[in-house]
Ligand binder design. Structure first.
Ligand code: CP
Ligand code: NVA
Length: 303
């Protein structure tokens, strides 16, 4: 594993190995056992979009690993004034040990990896959010002990989260049922890859998708960069809310996951959010532990 650009970059064994290391690092952190596995290493974090969890968890994670993280806003970098990503990649490769980037186009992340000579981590694009899905898998595995055979349903927009969950969960032998409005389906290439898999279902019926689900997942109806479409999206997604009634059709005791930020009263009700707050904030916390594992795998000397 040289980079983490999308979930398809990872095999089942690689995902398991990241989750196992995340468990170990989480245990060590909770028990105040230092783990300076990246002493002297630096990570540049390029942000072309807002972030709370990704920024803070990567920055804190590098510190806990004995390294250093630099927050690089695209407003301040020359990339924001038109310096090509190809040149940025080659310059940053001379200073840093790794780059995390949050941007719009997946191609920009792929170009950064192709032109640079250091590991690149996708911290969210319009197409993918692999760091979030690794944290989700860690959280689900903590709750259920094993992933294989569990059913995850995703209700809402066929966005970066849907794309990455489909690939990640199917890779781990989970069943995935996705319910989106017809005009908001996941990426065609992801669907093409998933369609022959007997563990995959795509529907426009949330009730069909949620049936017997162990995990009910949703995300915002209007992702970063889609602010202008908000009004039409509110109408299109009206029947795609995770609420008490929908949850009744899931398996009793099903957990609820959301990458956050959540918009109560839209994709999830206040009632469901608060009833499942522990699961949702465990999921957010796990961003830290799983990303530390990814950083050690990509930037570390030993792994
Ligand atoms: N889930 C997630 O990536 O959150 P941020 O946008 O706050 O980083
Ligand atoms: N789909 C959301 C995820 C935010 C973490 C977005 O891209 O804005």
């Amino acid at each position: 594993m040289k980079h983490l650009l999308k979930m398809a970059d990872l095999s089942k064994e690689e995902i398991e190995s990241i989750l196992d290391l995340a468990d170990q690092l989480k245990y060590e952190k909770k028990n105040h056992i230092p783990h300076p596995l990246l002493a002297g290493k630096t990570l540049g974090m390029i942000f072309q979009k807002s972030s709370t969890r990704t920024r803070v968890s990567f920055e804190v994670g590098m510190y806990q690993l004995g390294g250093h993280a630099l927050f690089l806003s695209s407003n301040d970098l020359q990339i924001g004034r038109g310096e090509p990503v190809q040149d940025t990649a080659r310059v940053l490769s001379r200073y840093l040990d790794g780059i995390m980037i949050r941007t719009f186009a997946q191609k920009e992340v792929e170009d950064l990896a192709a032109y640079g000579s250091i590991p690149v981590i996708n911290g969210l694009t319009d197409y993918a959010h692999p760091c979030q899905v690794l944290a989700d898998l860690l959280t689900i595995r903590e709750k259920y002990a094993a992933l294989e055979g569990l059913k995850l349903c995703y209700i809402g927009d066929g966005n970066n989260m849907a794309n990455s969950l489909i690939v990640g969960c199917l890779t781990m032998g989970m069943k995935v049922a996705v319910a989106t409005p017809k005009d908001y389906q996941p990426d065609p290439a992801v669907l093409e890859e998933a369609k022959g898999n007997p563990n995959f279902l795509l529907t426009d019926s949330p009730m069909e998708a949620v049936k017997d689900a162990d995990v009910v997942y949703t995300d915002t109806w209007a992702s970063m960069g889609q602010e202008k479409e908000k009004e039409e999206r509110m109408k299109a997604f009206a029947g795609f809310q995770v609420n008490e009634e929908l949850l009744k059709a899931a398996k009793p005791g099903a957990i609820v996951q959301h990458c956050l930020p959540a918009y109560r009263g839209q994709e999830i009700t206040e009632e469901v959010f608060e009833a499942h707050a522990d699961e949702l904030f465990d999921e957010a916390e796990n961003r830290l532990h799983v990303q530390k594992a990814v950083l050690v795998k990509l930037l570390g000397d030993q792994q």
